[in-house]
Design a protein around this ligand. Sequence first.
Ligand code: TYD
Length: 140
Amino acid sequence: MAKTTTIHDCRLIEFPKNHQINGNLTSITNKEEVPFDIKRIYYLYDVPGGESRGAHGHRDLYQIMVALSGSFTVTLDDGNNKQSFHLYQPYQGLLIPPGLWRDLDTFSSGSICMVLASEVYEEADYFRNYEEFKLWKSSK
Ligand code: TYD
């Protein structure tokens, strides 16, 4: 239930690594490391160094964020508490269940943020207003 989700429902997932002298490989598999069916993949790139993104919440969407290159910080907010994760390892993903506000900042230049998502893009799933998000979280 997205309304009752807290920051404690987020976690870092470690994906399988195949590290070799001639380069590394990581694989991500539906229903194995990912606890939902991936319906969409998108990625942020050419984000100017130091820029911010996010500033929204989702009603039903599950996501996993991966720093494919470079680094950035994801701050999650359940309306009562906040937790920040600095992502910089391409073999780690941050699982973000629905019902959390997120801010992304401190992008290093050239970084790539890949997002695995449980649903197709739907603007109606977004909270773009923090006060509206907080009201929804505190409502019965
Ligand atoms: P948004 O989700 O607000 O990006 P961010 O959290 O990185 O700041 O989306 C930015 C714009 O891109 C917004 O106009 C919606 C559009 N968009 C799509 O068309 N398809 C998508 O899958 C996503 C995630 C966004």
